[in-house]
Ligand binder design. Sequence first.
Ligand SMILES: *[C@@H]1O[C@H](CO)[C@@H](O)[C@H](O)[C@H]1NC(C)=O
Ligand SMILES: *[C@@H]1O[C@H](CO)[C@@H](O)[C@H](O)[C@H]1NC(C)=O
Length: 362
Amino acid sequence: MASGARLFSACVGLLLSCAGANYGSWMNLGMQGLDVWRNPQIYMVGTSPLCGQIRGLSPGQRKLCQLRQDHMRSVGRGARAGIAECQHQFSSSRWNCSTVDDSSVFGPVLQIPSREAAFAHSIAAAGVVMSVSRACRDGQLASCGCSRSARPADLDPDWTWGGCGDNIRYGYRFATNFVDIRERERRYKRGSVKHGRSLMNLHNNEAGRRAVIDLTKVNCKCHGVSGSCSTVTCWQRLPAFREVGDTLKDKYDGATEVKVTRRGRLRVRNRRYRRPTANDLVYIQESPDYCRRNDTLGSSGTTGRACERTSKGTDGCGLLCCGRGYNTQRITVNERCQCKFVWCCKVQCQSCLRQKTVHTCK
Ligand SMILES: *[C@@H]1O[C@H](CO)[C@@H](O)[C@H](O)[C@H]1NC(C)=O
Ligand SMILES: *[C@@H]1O[C@H](CO)[C@@H](O)[C@H](O)[C@H]1NC(C)=O
């Protein structure tokens, strides 16, 4: 009763952030997940209380957590990598992918079915594919091992296929089950706003997973005495996560606005645009401008953000400060300088004080 009353008073006038708090996100595993799953003993016996304690999981995700306890550390890692990559990709944008201290992870602002929400879902889903595929290869999971994918048809016939590769097929399957289940377990009224959001999430989760698959490579290595290449072994290998992030950022820039039809399908809003493929990102609502702090919206605004005075891009003071102008400050920074290579094998530097001009948004 008491907690109900507190929840109620916290919600008055804050409808958006209240919805955020109720919603929660599985990506919360990336915020708190790593520490709690560190010790393998605790999850080998029976049901783990941890699966019930992690906030942000849906009922279906809790069941999967119990069933595959040893996977949860990888899921947490994947989510955390996704969040870090999001912050890298958006470090010079008005929305900078910052997280808040509750189970919604990104705060109420991603309750809006925006491009930013599309990106966040896709990169987190990609992160889980990556971390689970790698964990299989590294023998950390009971139910999978090295990749058993078929030999590529164009591989040199003299080369051996089948070193221990990243198990991307398994990572993809697991990420699909775990990430998508929360969208599938609720029965929304067909064509409703919530149904639309759910379809949008499913689409973008898949686009993220496909980005990993499309960038997957074949890696080969020479073996033989003293550098001779008498045998070559090749295996399936994950791309660098940065490549996935760059690709999805391009998809974000070219994302397609869609709406949900009464029949419960997503359809391109403006018919002049082509239909998005399963690799593209989709969104339902235009983003707010993220310029000013708005706690209802959960936007921290751009006041105080560092900007580039002469840049015309998103990191430029013009766009980033939303026309409010900027402050200029001379600051002194301590830098490594006059670095010398010392035989062998060190680099020695001195530290120098340097004057630097920084601009920050008003
Ligand atoms: C995002 O910008 C806000 C200021 O608007 C800042 O407080 C926050 O630390 C930034 N977050 C990241 C992840 O850079
Ligand atoms: C915050 O955003 C909401 C939703 O866009 C808007 O209705 C409200 O007026 C904004 N509040 C302020 C203080 O700008």
